[in-house]
Design a protein around this ligand. Structure first.
Ligand code: FAD
Length: 533
């Protein structure tokens, strides 16, 4: 098989033309192409007057060696990349493994365990997705928050109410496994090869449900509305856990809590888990008209039917030395109320599959270092909480999010009225000065960053663009230390700190990959026979 890259299609050429382009590039007849499969598709919009789509394909062709000898650029020998299922270990387990948390990390850990016959028991504090959607909608309509089931907690984890972007910089065969499983359970097949794949919250909810059903079909059990409350271990070995008041003996547990389980983090710290503070980021969401972003990225092609809502990703280093960057950009999406605690305001972004809403939104975040708050892991969480509470106070103790026009933010003054960018935040906004809520070092860097981004993306600093705060939960403020060789918690055998909350992932795909990684480590050493329990 050969991998052929840099095949170009114009925006007006249909995908069927790819075979012809392939034959032309290799100087072979169409009949010599036995089969081909797209492995990468990306839009090249570097020149606004010459936008095209590039492809890499894996092709089986007649006389492969002869073609290779011609030394074409962009043609190399390739092998089909398949995720190798782990080999089972021999140490017998008395009890089935437990997975705590059913976000991407816990979900993929449980799926792999189930596929390998380990019949995992999954504990998830939030509701199943059907009930969770109702709880989230109730909060977004009335401000009545369910602290156990919300945008952060519940089936599918933090990513369920998201844009479902699947971009990752991780190069790993597990990425393919994750994307292929998403397709198997309901995503479009194109996500496997697109450079910037995305699913959308509407489709993602169905996928999450299908993965749950598969785990159950394979003998796993999932208990929703069931919270891990305590952990017991003796001589550095896990013995059991308490969930909803029930003691459950267990020897192996994948702990995939996400970054918002502050009460559970507190319990782990009390129990002596090795937890340390880590850097994170803070900022606000910015909204622009999607049409402006399309124009800036695609110029005269902005309305072309082959081009979807445009994206951006911008970075800058501020004069105070801090990185400022856009994060989790949601084309054609909405800013969503994302708190899991009463009296706190937290924002994030979400899009449907069609990405067809009026506004584009993205976080504008600034790095926060451990030096800013101290090395105690509680202090990073306290800083997040303080800012979230300040935002609630600025909104006069309501869940209306504090918002500010960009022009006013740059001049450090409270907005007196909204401009022509309408806020998409479901609960509504209150006009405020984000300089009164976010730390000075964050605001200084944001001001510089927004101005710098305007040079890279025309219109980014438009006067009426709207900032909505606060975005404090983009990553975990802690890391639960684990051993590199087996992913087990330092000092506590049998516990695998996993995913974003434990500090080993950032985003849906990397969390899912870490879930697979932890499950693999467990499987490679242990075996479980349900008959013996
Ligand atoms: P989580 O998804 O946070 O899952 C942890 C789970 O553990 C939760 O369901 C929680 O209820 C459960 N839990 C916590 N404590 C307990 C306990 N004591 N007992 C039982 N269960 C417990 N990332 C992207 O890559 N692309 C995006 O487009 C994107 N958009 C996002 C939009 C929003 C609104 C949000 C909030 C996040 C978004 N993210 C996105 C980030 C992404 O969702 C996270 O990186 C990812 O979900 C982390 O996965 P995880 O499994 O490690 O943790």
């Amino acid at each position: 098989m050969l991998r052929i890259s840099q095949l170009r299609l114009s925006l007006d050429e249909e995908l069927d033309c790819l075979k012809e382009k392939l034959a032309q590039k290799l100087h072979i007849a169409l009949e010599d192409i036995v089969s081909y499969e797209i492995v990468k598709e990306s839009i090249d919009a570097r020149k606004k007057d010459d936008i095209f789509i590039t492809y890499s394909v894996d092709a089986c062709i007649a006389q492969e060696e002869r073609v290779l000898k011609r030394h074409y650029r962009d043609v190399v020998k390739a092998k089909k990349e398949i995720y190798p299922m782990p080999k089972k270990g021999v140490v017998g387990l008395m009890h089935r493994p437990i997975v705590v948390g059913f976000g991407p990390a816990g979900m993929f850990a449980a799926l792999l365990l189930a596929q390998m016959g380990y019949r995992p028991l999954v504990l998830e504090r939030g509701e199943c997705v059907e009930k969770r959607v109702e709880s989230v909608n109730a909060f977004w309509k009335t401000g009545m928050l369910n602290e156990e089931s919300n945008v952060q907690f519940g089936e599918g984890g933090a990513g369920t109410f998201s844009d479902g972007k699947l971009t990752t910089r991780v190069k790993d065969l597990r990425v393919r496994k994750v994307l292929e499983e998403f397709v198997r359970f309901g995503a479009e097949k194109e996500i496997v090869y697109q450079a910037h794949p995305h699913i959308g919250t509407d489709v993602l909810r169905g996928i999450v449900k299908n993965i749950r059903k598969e785990i159950i079909r394979l003998g796993g059990e999932i208990r929703f509305e069931t919270k891990l409350e305590d952990i017991s271990y003796e001589k550095g070995m896990l013995r059991g856990i308490v969930a909803n008041g029930e003691y459950i003996p267990c020897e192996q547990m994948i702990l995939a809590l996400g970054h918002s389980a502050r009460d559970t983090f507190a319990m782990l710290m009390e129990r002596g888990f090795p937890i340390r503070a880590k850097a994170f980021a803070i900022g606000a969401r910015i909204e622009h008209p999607q049409a402006l972003i399309n124009q800036a990225q695609y110029g005269t092609f902005a309305d072309h039917k082959r081009l979807k809502a445009a994206e951006y990703r911008l970075v800058h280093t501020a004069s105070n030395g801090r990185g400022v960057y856009t994060f989790c950009m949601c084309p054609g999406g909405v800013v969503v109320p994302s708190t899991s605690q009463k009296g706190h305001i937290v924002v994030n972004g979400m899009s449907e599959h069609a990405r067809d809403r009026e506004n584009a939104n993205s976080a504008v975040l600034v790095q926060v270092h451990t030096d800013d708050f101290g090395n105690d892991p509680r202090l990073g969480i306290q800083l997040q909480e303080k800012i979230e509470k300040k935002a609630f106070e600025a909104a006069h103790h309501t869940y209306l999010a504090p918002a500010q026009r960009v022009e006013d933010f740059l001049q450090k003054k409270t907005s007196m009225a909204l401009g022509n960018v309408r806020p998409s935040y479901a609960l509504g906004v209150t006009l405020a000065n984000l300089h009164d809520i976010l730390p000075d070092y964050v605001c200084e860097a944001m001001v510089e960053g927004i101005q710098a981004f305007d040079h890279k993306l025309k219109g980014f600093a438009m006067a009426d663009a709207l900032l909505t705060g606060v975005e404090t939960r983009s990553s975990s403020p802690i890391r639960i230390e684990r051993k590199k060789e087996n992913c087990m918690c330092l000092d506590i055998e049998g516990v695998y700190p996993c995913g974003e909350g434990a500090g080993y992932a950032g985003g849906i795909v990397s969390a899912a990959i870490d879930g697979l990684r932890c499950a693999e480590k467990l499987i490679e050493v242990y075996t479980y026979d349900a008959q013996k329990e």
